[in-house]
Design a protein around this ligand. Structure first.
Ligand code: PMP
Length: 335
């Protein structure tokens, strides 16, 4: 890794911490604090690796335009790297994503197209199809985290080795979510090579199709909808290799949100919504074990982006996930 003191050098090498105040049965549970990357998520790693791969392949040059479809965090990683290296960036984002992410992206200089969250692949307003079309029509580079090999490679080359070193090579399972599949596939490849006994465990929001695919090998139903951001799928991305997944858990939104709130209350870690899903699955996995195991999962992004959503009792009430809060406070004014 380069070390010349620039912001891009602060991507990766995130801390691994043990969660000692949660009930993890006979297991020891650790999380990697990916919220400590410069834009606050695990996706900074792939923002850097996908842009640098395209540069090495001669596909982009400073001043050129990049287009991507993103839940927000990949956009943030790309926006940071694009701003540092002098690229223009257009992002297509589904409308359920937290406003804080969109405002952060605008502040970083990205051009934003918001589209519908409630349509699937093949629909003209589907975010990935719009991004692909925009890139084709304007001659821009379509980054395409869902198929770009530099996405899983970033995790195979950096996230995996960091986890292996930080766990002092004593590790039994890694719990991940799938958005593009980059984290899962990159870590699967790394551990298949260096420590094939390490089990890959999938955390998936209820409504996503992936748990069924792990359990039966085929897509069983149309995707539903869920409120957790950044993970869960309505298709199997080319970058998503589920072959080494040993256990898979379907986590309802309420369990994800309350687990994230418990992480903050008991461990002092402000994680995002997908962190709640991963941690809920990790805790279920840990409590099912009969022998002590060492398990690693992720704080994928920072909860700062969700303060007005899952950390806000009034928003939780509006979603039907909490009783009406009994006392008013400042947040009353916001909702
Ligand atoms: N958590 C968050 C908050 C994300 O934004 C994403 C990706 N969209 C993920 C997890 C999943 O990572 P991956 O794309 O590597 O599957």
């Amino acid at each position: 890794m380069r070390r010349d003191g620039r912001v891009l050098d602060t991507i990766g090498n995130t801390p691994l911490v043990e969660l000692k105040n949660l009930d993890s049965g006979p297991c020891r549970l650790f999380v990697k604090l990916e919220n400590q990357n410069p834009t606050g998520s695990i996706k900074d790693r792939i923002g850097l690796s996908m842009i640098e791969a395209a540069e090495r392949e001669g596909r982009i040059q400073p001043g050129g335009r990049l287009v991507e479809a993103t839940a927000g965090n990949t956009g943030l990683g790309l926006a940071l790297v694009a701003a540092q290296k002098g690229y223009r960036l257009t992002l297509v984002i589904p409308d359920k994503m937290a406003q804080e992410k969109v405002l952060h992206l605008k502040a970083l200089g990205a051009e934003i197209h918001i589209t519908r969250s409630d349509v699937g692949k093949g629909h003209p307003e589907y975010y990935q199809d719009i991004a692909e079309r925009l890139a084709r029509e304007t001659g821009a580079f379509y980054v395409n985290q869902f198929a770009n090999p530099a996405n899983p490679y970033a995790h195979e080359a950096t996230t995996g080795p960091e986890i292996w070193a930080q766990s002092q090579q004593m590790l039994d399972a890694v719990v991940v979510g799938v958005g593009s599949g980059g984290t899962l596939t990159g870590l699967s490849r790394y551990f298949a090579r260096v420590a094939p006994h390490v089990e890959m465990v999938l955390a998936d929001p209820k409504g996503s199709i992936l748990v069924d695919v792990v359990k039966t090998g085929t897509i069983q139903k149309e995707a539903g909808s869920w409120l957790v951001e950044g993970i869960g799928e309505d298709f199997i991305p080319p970058n998503c290799d589920l072959a080494r997944v040993k256990a898979a858990y379907e986590i309802p939104d309420a369990e994800s949100f309350f687990t994230a709130r418990e992480l903050l209350a008991k461990e002092g870690i402000l994680g995002g919504s997908s962190t709640g899903t991963l941690l809920a699955a990790a805790l279920r996995y840990c409590r099912e074990q009969t022998a002590p195991k060492r398990v690693v999962s992720f704080v994928c992004d920072s909860g700062n982006k969700y303060l007005s959503k899952m950390y806000n009792d009034f928003w939780m009430f509006e979603q039907g996930l909490l009783e009406r809060p009994s006392h008013g406070n400042l947040l009353d004014l916001i909702v």
